[in-house]
Design a protein around this ligand. Structure first.
Ligand code: TYC
Length: 104
């Protein structure tokens, strides 16, 4: 995005440019393990990532087969919130389910 034609670059203008930039986006991944049930992972994908049953099963199977799978791409704040929610639900249910986020 270019919003700085003929603008001087004092502190205020730098701030304006930053505010107009697209936010960085983050991929959220689920990681496989041998103990978390498939049903629990599907419910995480439906509840936290708003996937349909078919899509949730597809992503769960991909994680199970390949070790990790992409759940979605979000702004930093949304991605962090989803990661926190997954960890809280896994801890509460007693599953060692892990997840991670990385800049897209
Ligand atoms: N591998 C697990 C099992 O066989 C299922 C599973 C899928 C676990 C995806 C974690 O992120 C995961 N019960």
């Amino acid at each position: 995005m270019s919003n700085r034609e003929s603008m001087p670059m004092g502190d205020e203008e730098v701030l304006v440019e930053d505010e107009l930039k697209e936010p960085s986006m983050y991929k959220v991944f689920l990681l496989n393990d041998d103990y978390t049930t498939m049903n629990f992972v599907v419910s995480i994908l439906m509840d936290i990532f708003h996937k349909s049953m078919d899509e949730a099963v597809r992503i769960m199977q991909e994680v199970h087969k390949n070790g990790m799978g992409l759940c979605g791409v979000y702004t930093a704040e949304v991605a962090e919130t989803k990661v926190d929610m997954i960890r809280a639900r896994a801890r509460q249910a007693g599953f060692p389910l892990r997840c991670t986020m990385e800049e897209a």
